[in-house]
Design a protein around this ligand. Structure first.
Ligand code: F6P
Length: 415
């Protein structure tokens, strides 16, 4: 590389997103980039000329190792949708003038399907105007819903956390007996894709029964049938544990969480804030069956638990960061790095690049055949797919009994 690289992080964070940032930084430096800039809060921050020189923050090997173990976007993230090029060229002129000023040769964006929309539009604009900067996407999302890649960095660590937490929740739920039984409902992220919720089945093994029911958002959810199923189970056992997605919807397409308190926050991509599904259903079950219920929303814990990250995930996140820089350096633009699984056992995976136009704004869902006939549990194929992704650990650097992170003082003033 002869000039500079800029990298941004966008969308919901993960426990592995900073490992990709470390991979981008290391590879860009190794390939000769003079400076590696980090956009603060993605493209939204870049538009306000907010960026840092990563060399000021990653000064030693220890810094790089800490970065890999630090959850949440080190650079800050955003959910920002660029206008269509024909709608507002001024925004693009502004971005490209900033890129020119910083002498940017490669623009790397670490994100999910919404963020790939940014790579798509910027690379299209570069083609239209004959601009030399290359734009490459680096996959990231706990939701695992990106098309054309076997899986996404961030998913393995979140799946590992969910499998582990489910096991701990199940263990806890059996130790205290209540008169009419206990129903525990665990709400898991993933919006419209059930990859994360299905990972609750990883808790099942020789020393754990696993959850009783798993409901993915891909299939319509029938509240009445759900109540009947729970009632039958409760007649046989003192504790019932249910894992379900934040995005489950009724047959009419209404999010279950909207049946309780109204959901009025909608982000720039039109996504409603999904939250409260477990609480709503726990109330429903308590009302119908008169038993004790507990609603657990794993919420941000599932995407920020870097103390329990998967080694495979952290290494692959680093690898895709490096592969994105390599692709841009070798002339690719308008592409995203994908992971290609070569085998399950032994697990082997490589990288490739694919056209970002075929990835942006799309959602890869769990195949119907990976869910049982009743729509209440995942199949063995699902488990065989996810199990290799949760293998191995990354020891946190412990200081005074708490994991140490790479710290960047945040701007406390709201813009
Ligand atoms: O996009 C990833 C994700 O973690 C989804 O699973 C979830 O629905 C969403 O982000 C939550 O986003 P936010 O933190 O903006 O509410």
């Amino acid at each position: 590389m002869e000039k500079n690289v800029i990298v941004g992080q966008s969308g919901g964070p993960t426990a592995a997103i900073n490992s990709s940032l470390a991979g981008v930084y290391r590879t860009a430096k190794d390939r000769g980039a003079k400076k590696v800039y980090g956009m603060l809060h993605g493209i939204q921050g870049l538009l306000e000329e907010r960026y840092i020189d990563l060399a000021d923050h990653i000064k030693t090997e220890l810094d790089a190792e800490l970065l890999k173990r630090t959850p949440a976007a080190f650079l800050g993230s955003c959910r920002f949708k660029l206008p269509e090029i024909h709608e507002d060229r001024e925004v693009y002129e502004k971005i490209f003038s900033i890129l020119d000023k910083l002498e940017i040769e490669a623009f790397i964006y670490i994100g999910g399907n919404d963020s790939m929309d940014t790579i798509k539009k910027l690379s299209d604009y570069a083609i239209i105007t004959g601009h030399p900067t290359r734009f490459v996407g680096c996959p990231k999302t706990i939701d695992n819903d990106l098309a054309l890649t076997d899986h996404t960095p961030g998913y393995g660590s979140a799946a590992k956390y969910i499998g582990t937490s489910m096991k701990e929740i199940i263990r806890d739920s059996f130790c205290l007996e209540y008169n009419k039984g206990l129903v525990t409902i665990v709400e898991i992220m993933g919006r419209n894709a059930g990859w994360l919720t299905g990972a609750a089945a990883l808790s099942e093994g020789e020393d754990c029964e696993g959850p009783d029911l798993i409901y993915l958002p891909e299939l319509p959810f029938d509240i009445r049938k759900f109540g009947e199923r729970v009632k039958k189970l409760l007649a046989k056992k003192p504790s019932v544990v249910v894992a379900l997605s934040e995005g489950i919807r009724t047959g009419e397409g209404k999010y279950v969480c909207e049946l309780g308190n109204s959901v009025d926050f909608v982000d720039a991509f039109g996504h409603k804030q999904l939250s409260g599904t477990a609480a709503f259903l726990a109330n429903y079950i308590a009302g119908e069956l008169g038993c004790k219920t507990r609603a657990i929303e794993l919420s941000t814990l599932q995407r920020s638990a870097s103390h329990a990250a998967s080694r495979v995930d952290i290494l692959e996140a680093y690898q895709v960061g490096g592969a994105a820089v390599k692709a841009a350096d070798e002339g690719d633009s308008g592409k995203m790095v994908v992971l290609q699984r070569l085998s399950d056992d032994p697990y082997q995976c490589g990288t490739e690049v694919k056209d970002v136009h075929k990835i942006a704004n799309d959602e890869k869902l769990v195949p119907r055949e990976w869910v049982n006939k009743e729509g209440t549990y995942v199949t063995n194929e699902f488990i065989s797919y996810v199990r290799p992704l949760i293998q191995g650990d990354v020891s946190p650097v412990m200081v005074d009994g708490i994991p140490r992170h790479l710290y960047r003082p945040i701007e406390l003033v709201r813009r």
